[in-house]
Design a protein around this ligand. Structure first.
Ligand code: PFF
Length: 448
């Protein structure tokens, strides 16, 4: 068999993993959640979830991929041969496809808006006009489908070129740019008169706003932001060398993802408040509110271009990681070439993406369980596949995998000097705390 492709070193793995984690979630959800859930109070809860609960889950996904050097389905098959656990690997594949089915539509919108910014289309500061512009763009039939094809096509080309020649090369090229641009926009925002209100909105602790919902929001956001439960971490880790230190690489991923989210908050909220607008969440924030602000800001047309470049990079690097999950699965389980797996995924995702896209317009009234296609894919991935997949993953690593295998993989066969108490604590969290917390959250969401 041909030698399996791999990342060339720690920096390569790290930029690819951070590229997966940093996405639309950091830009259009995190800043808003922080502001409306008690500022620093929310951040403290979020940090707790990210580093105490979710990073050990990231370790678990990572060690399964690295240990087996296989796609998600193959990984479970290797670790628990002759059992039904490999179905959990299949859930990861479905989960990744499900996220891509709506994420790539939004990816298409980012291209649309990048082109609009490059051609200086945000000349009006009238929010009503901008809202209409957004609604018209996403609800028309052909325009968003063409952008979807472009976005998916681009994602497929990078993945088709393989790990070193595609994903690694692309991530190394764009991720540093992403950080430079977001820092530049944050500095600019902070220099605007009246920006301090935005900083206050983000960071002033207000424990009176903390409710049970805050806790659920923080955990849901931590899961989504770290890309847990879709098999992306497991799949990327399967291309990682046996010498890599899992705890360091995975912790750095969580750290940079969180850092980026905070800087994104500083790029967005101070400007929103400087122009006296009340912040919103989701597409409305980045496609309506921000263009409204850019139109009034000195040098706003340039900032707009920089911002939509950021949005595009954030979306595409996450999509690339998601696409690698089914591609690796088809390639290895059905003995296909990488090119052929990519082509199959492209057409399949195009079909799902077209449904999501049309559900913003002509198919808006076609509903399944009361949700249009776009919302259905969003709901199923966040509430069923990602959380369900995450739960089964920790149950597998905590209860099915041997503890000695866990310790062996985390310490690279005992060659790394990692404190015993640290590994024991991580194992305890994965085995007992994580399943309990995930089940509680699932039940709480169900009751809601
Ligand atoms: N973490 C990405 C974000 O914050 O936008 C979204 C995502 C990417 C979720 C990859 C899941 C995934 F597997």
């Amino acid at each position: 068999m041909a030698k399996r492709d791999s990342f060339s070193g720690r920096f390569a793995v790290l930029v690819a993993l951070i590229g997966s984690a940093v996405g639309l979630g950091n830009l259009w959800r995190f800043p808003y959640l922080v502001g409306t859930n008690g500022g620093a109070a929310f951040i403290i809860i979020y940090l707790f979830f990210v580093f105490v609960l979710c990073t050990p889950i990231v370790f678990s996904e990572f060690l399964m991929g690295r240990r087996t050097q296989a796609n998600t389905f193959g990984a479970y098959k290797k670790l628990a041969p002759g059992t039904k656990w490999n179905w959990v690997g299949l859930i990861a594949v479905i989960s990744a496809l499900c996220v891509l089915a709506f994420y790539s539509v939004v990816g298409g919108w980012t291209i649309d808006y990048l082109i609009k910014s490059l051609t200086f289309k945000f000349t009006t500061a009238d929010q009503g006009t901008l809202a209409t512009m957004f609604r018209d763009s996403v609800s028309s039939v052909w325009e968003p489908i063409i952008y979807l094809i472009l976005f998916l096509g681009f994602t497929c080309i990078v993945v088709a070129k393989g790990i070193k020649g595609g994903i690694e090369k692309f991530s190394k090229m764009v991720m540093p740019l992403l950080f430079v641009l977001v820092v530049a926009i944050a500095v600019n925002s902070l220099l605007l008169p009246g920006s301090s209100k935005g900083v206050e909105f983000l960071f002033k602790p207000d424990f009176s706003k903390v409710t049970a919902d805050t806790v659920l929001n923080a955990l849901g956001q931590a899961f989504f932001s770290l890309s847990i439960g879709c098999g992306t971490i497991m799949t990327y880790a399967s291309y990682v060398s046996k010498k890599e230190n899992i705890s360091i690489t995975a912790s750095l991923t969580s750290l940079f993802d969180t850092l980026f989210a905070m800087i994104a908050g500083l790029a967005i909220m101070p400007a929103v408040f400087a122009y006296g607008i009340s912040p919103s969440e989701g597409p409305g924030l980045v496609f309506i509110t921000l263009p409204h602000i850019f139109a009034q800001m000195p040098g706003g047309s340039i900032i707009a271009i920089a911002f939509f470049i950021i949005l595009f990079i954030a979306a595409i690097t996450s999509s690339i990681s998601l696409l690698e999950v089914p591609v690796a699965y088809f390639k290895e389980e059905f003995n296909m070439s990488r090119g052929k797996s990519v082509i199959i995924c492209f057409f399949f995702l195009l079909a799902l993406g077209v449904l999501s896209s049309l559900s913003q317009g002509v198919l808006a009234d076609v509903k399944i369980f009361g949700l249009n296609f776009f919302d259905l894919f969003d709901f199923m991935s966040a509430n069923i596949f990602m959380t369900g997949g995450g739960l089964l993953l920790v149950l597998f690593v905590g209860w099915k995998l041997k503890k000695s295998d866990f310790m062996d993989e985390m310490s690279n066969g005992g060659t790394l000097k990692i404190k015993k108490w640290f590994l024991e604590a991580v194992y305890f969290i994965v085995k007992y705390v994580a399943p309990l917390v995930i089940i509680t959250v699932m039940l709480a969401n169900l009751i809601k």
